[in-house]
Design a protein around this ligand. Structure first.
Ligand code: 4NP
Length: 152
C-alpha cells in the first residue's frame, strides 16, 4: 500500500493543503489504495486546526476540509510511509536530522514539477498567497499520482 506523508514547518498551511488536495485527486482517479497524511517539523501547532487560508482554498475547490488536527513528524514515520514529501529545503534538512541522513523516499515536492520553476513551496504563513500554494500543490500532486499510476 502507498502511504504518503506531506511535511511542512507548522502543519497548518502547506502540508494540510497538500494532504486534502491529494486525497481529493486520488479519489477522483479511483485510487483507493493510497493513505495520505501530513505533519509539521516544528510541533508548534500540535492539536490545532488548519489555517483559515488553507481551509478557504480547499472549500473553494469543493473539498471538505473537516477533521484536521495538526501534528509533528516522528522518527518512526520513516518506516511507516512510502513517500515523505517536504515543502522546502528547511523541512528536508529537519527530516534528514530526524531520520539520521538522506533516504530515497524522503524528497522535496517541487522536484516533481521542475517545469514550474520553483525550488520550494513559498510559505503562505508569510506571503499570504494561498492561491500560489494551491497552484504548485495541485500540479505536484497530479504529477505524484501520475507516477504512482505508472508503476501500478
Ligand atoms: P506551514 O506554515 O509550515 O506551511 O504550516 C507556517 C505555519 C506557522 C508558522 C510558520 C509557518 N509559525 O511560525 O507558527
Amino acid at each position: 500500500m502507498t502511504r504518503i506523508l506531506f511535511v511542512c514547518l507548522g502543519n497548518i498551511c502547506r502540508s494540510p493543503m497538500a494532504e486534502y488536495l491529494c486525497r481529493h485527486l486520488a479519489a477522483e482517479r479511483g485510487l483507493s489504495q493510497i493513505a495520505i497524511a501530513s505533519a509539521g517539523t516544528s510541533g508548534w501547532h500540535n492539536g490545532e486546526d488548519m489555517h483559515h487560508g488553507t481551509r478557504a482554498v480547499l472549500q473553494g475547490l469543493g473539498i471538505d476540509a473537516g477533521g484536521f488536527c495538526s501534528s509533528q513528524v516522528q522518527a518512526a514515520d520513516l518506516h511507516h510511509y512510502s513517500h515523505i514529501i517536504a515543502m522546502d529545503d528547511d523541512n528536508l534538512a529537519a527530516l534528514q536530522r530526524l531520520f539520521g541522513g538522506a533516504h530515497a523516499h524522503v524528497f522535496k515536492i517541487t522536484d516533481l514539477v521542475p517545469e514550474l520553476g520553483y525550488d520550494h513551496v513559498p510559505d503562505p504563513w508569510y506571503s499570504g498567497d494561498f492561491d500560489e500554494t494551491r497552484r504548485i500543490l495541485s500540479a505536484a500532486c497530479a504529477a505524484l499520482l501520475d507516477g504512482l499510476q505508472q508503476v501500478e
